[in-house]
Design a protein around this ligand. Structure first.
Ligand code: FUB
Ligand code: ZN
Length: 606
């Protein structure tokens, strides 16, 4: 296996530009606001051992929400510790609460501890191991960021307890978690501490899955939480999308750590299949029933579930796959998610988040059954600061704070540039205002590896590359151009940013005869605010594309000539009347920031 390691975010500082701004907003507004809303909704205080609020207000995900928030804060501290002393203080307080909550035997789950009448590790779907995994991830992140090991000690003690119950005494009512997460977290513990027992635990949970009879929620079958067959036999992305992707992350970790080829093949199959179930925005898990994958190309727009956590977990899986093979398809998917589903999930003021990420909003969908009290089930159209199940906000926080993890991988021969983000580390400096601008300049500084690879995104049909001022004429192989370089090279990549229309595979009935507009990796949409009623609008698949400065983001609006259709009768023969109309497109990630407004990504062709 051709293995790479990640160049972690804390070894590469983001300099100016698009993501640096996003990270600042994340650190200054989003992360504090998520904490505030978590505090107001008892997520923090329920960690107090003496917390006595009514049980109905509590929730089995709370510990994972708080842990993910801690992990996000740890990433901020890892890169900017001196600027955020208050945040560090807050983290230490929360960690002290986790420590206080932990039982002498190591067990730690505030939901179960508040309900002493419930036996531990008996209700498989109740997220104990999922919460444990998030505590482990936070613990590793906080230790690596600050050198403080209080939470790591808590996590290790809890891991030992889990090991004793599941692997040694085997006195639990289930053998594999109802929600995956602990597998990848145990690999993080293994990577951070080098302790073999964590690797053994991760392998145990992965190898056991699908080989034993397990219980899941009554309304779902075994595919819901991926235990219908042993993991190496999985052929398609099925069931709950976040569960699935967290599992695939663990599987990819196992392929990396143990060189397990069967596991790698399974991961590749699952990636291929997931790509057929992915929205143009990178979202996955189209069905709100069970937050699940359905069949290939079943991608409804207005009821798209497309949970933020699902897209994020797909990024996490692709990041792991890039360590196993240099295949630009993984980095292309990461880029698709980064600039669309992920960015869109946070409001432009940084305070609110989408849980579901629809690709179309049509307010009249709600008036369809006017006489029935029960309204049709649709995604929310406005971002919210917190949710009853608030997994997404801190997941978004931690991903943005560590986005630098997605830029480079390396091995002994080369560094590979996957994402175009202005940044600097001890070997390289990348200057770019991508995705606004089209140019990426990479400068090698005492670069000792001999080779350097750069991704040419699949969306780009015209890329120009030069090395030390000389044009390079090389076809990308698996999405990358690899060049022999000296220690002080300068590479310039120019990507054609002319907007273009994309279509969906013919098997996607929802998008038949429709197009979406893209500029570079950024998917655009129409909003009612800019265009009036969207229903009669149609696209004509030609330019010119006029870029207009936007007050919403550094990315421009794009004006394109389209049509507005009308007819005199309900039914007609031949062509209907059409008049020319300029359609104004805005980046998908900017929608729903100006009040409620109809929106659509996929526009019918005239
Ligand atoms: O169950 C925990 C988290 O809440 C899942 O990962 C999300 O899909 C949401 O259901
Ligand atoms: Zn979520």
């Amino acid at each position: 296996m051709n293995t790479y390691i990640c160049v972690p975010f804390y070894k590469t500082s983001l300099t100016d530009g698009f993501w640096k701004d996003r990270q600042k907003l994340n650190a200054d507004v989003s992360i504090p606001n998520v904490y505030k809303r978590f505090k107001e909704t008892d997520r923090i205080d329920c960690l107090y051992p003496k917390w006595k609020r009514p049980l109905s207000r509590s929730d089995r995900f709370y510990d994972s929400d708080t842990a993910k928030w801690l992990e996000a804060a740890a990433y901020v501290l890892h890169t900017n510790r001196a600027d955020y002393p208050e945040l560090e203080k807050l983290c230490d307080e929360v960690i002290a609460l986790f420590k206080k909550r932990q039982q002498v035997n190591g067990y730690l789950n505030s939901y179960f501890q508040r309900r002493p009448f419930l036996p531990k590790f008996c209700f498989r779907p109740d997220h104990e191991l999922y919460c444990a995994g998030h505590i482990m991830e936070a613990a590793v992140a906080y230790y690596q960021a600050t050198g403080k090991d209080a939470l790591l000690n808590v996590a290790e003690k809890y891991a030992d307890h889990i090991r004793k119950r599941f692997l040694i005494k085997k006195n639990t009512a289930f053998s594999t978690p109802g929600h995956e997460e602990i597998e990848l977290a145990l690999y993080r513990m293994y990577d951070a501490t080098g302790k073999e027992k964590y690797k053994d635990m991760a392998e145990f949970f992965l190898n056991m899955r699908g080989t034993v009879k397990e219980k899941t929620y009554r309304m779902f079958n075994n595919a819901y939480d991926q235990h219908e067959v042993p993991v190496r036999e999985l052929t398609s992305a099925e069931g709950h999308a976040v569960r699935a992707m967290y599992l695939y992350c663990g599987m990819a970790d196992m392929a990396r750590v143990s060189g397990d080829k069967e596991m790698l093949s399974a991961c590749k199959r699952l990636f291929e299949d997931a790509c057929k179930k992915m929205y143009v925005t990178g979202g996955i898990g189209s069905d709100h029933n069970g937050e699940c994958f359905t069949i290939p190309y079943d991608l409804p727009n207005n009821v798209a579930y497309s949970e933020s956590c699902a897209a994020i977990s797909f990024m996490m899986f692709c990041k792991r796959m890039l360590l196993l093979e240099k295949d630009g398809r993984y980095a292309d998917v990461i880029e698709r998610i980064m600039y669309n589903n992920l960015l869109s999930s946070t409001s432009l003021d940084g305070k609110a988040f989408f849980y579901e990420n629809p690709l179309e909003i049509c307010k009249t969908d709600l008036t369809r059954s006017r006489t029935i009290r029960k309204k049709p089930r649709l995604p929310q159209w406005q971002r919210q600061e917190v949710f009853g199940c608030s997994c997404c906000p801190p997941n978004i926080n931690r991903t943005v704070a560590s986005i630098g993890d997605y830029i480079f991988t390396e091995n002994e021969n080369e560094i590979v540039l996957h994402q175009f983000i202005a940044c600097e580390n001890n070997a390289l400096c990348v200057k770019t205002d991508y995705p606004v601008g089209d140019k990426i300049v990479v400068r090698g500084k005492n670069y000792g590896k001999g080779f350097f690879s750069v991704r040419i995104p699949a969306w780009c049909k015209k890329a120009t590359l030069s090395l030390n001022g000389k044009l390079v004429d090389a076809e990308p192989k698996n999405g990358y151009v690899t060049l022999k370089v000296d220690s002080g090279f300068i590479l310039e990549l120019t990507l054609d940013m002319t907007p273009f229309f994309v279509k969906t595979h013919p098997l996607c009935k929802e998008n038949r005869n429709k197009v979406a507009l893209q500029r570079g990796p950024v998917v655009y949409c129409l909003e009612e605010k800019d265009n009036g009623d969207l229903a009669p609008l149609a696209a004509v698949c030609s330019g010119p594309f006029t870029e207009v400065k936007s007050d919403l983001s550094p990315l421009p609006f794009i004006d394109v000539t389209g049509k507005e259709l009308t007819a005199d009768a309900t039914y007609y023969q031949g062509e209907c009347s059409a008049k020319e109309k300029t359609l104004r497109f805005t980046p998908y990630f900017t929608f729903a920031n100006r009040g409620e407004s109809d929106m659509k990504v996929w526009v019918p062709l005239a």
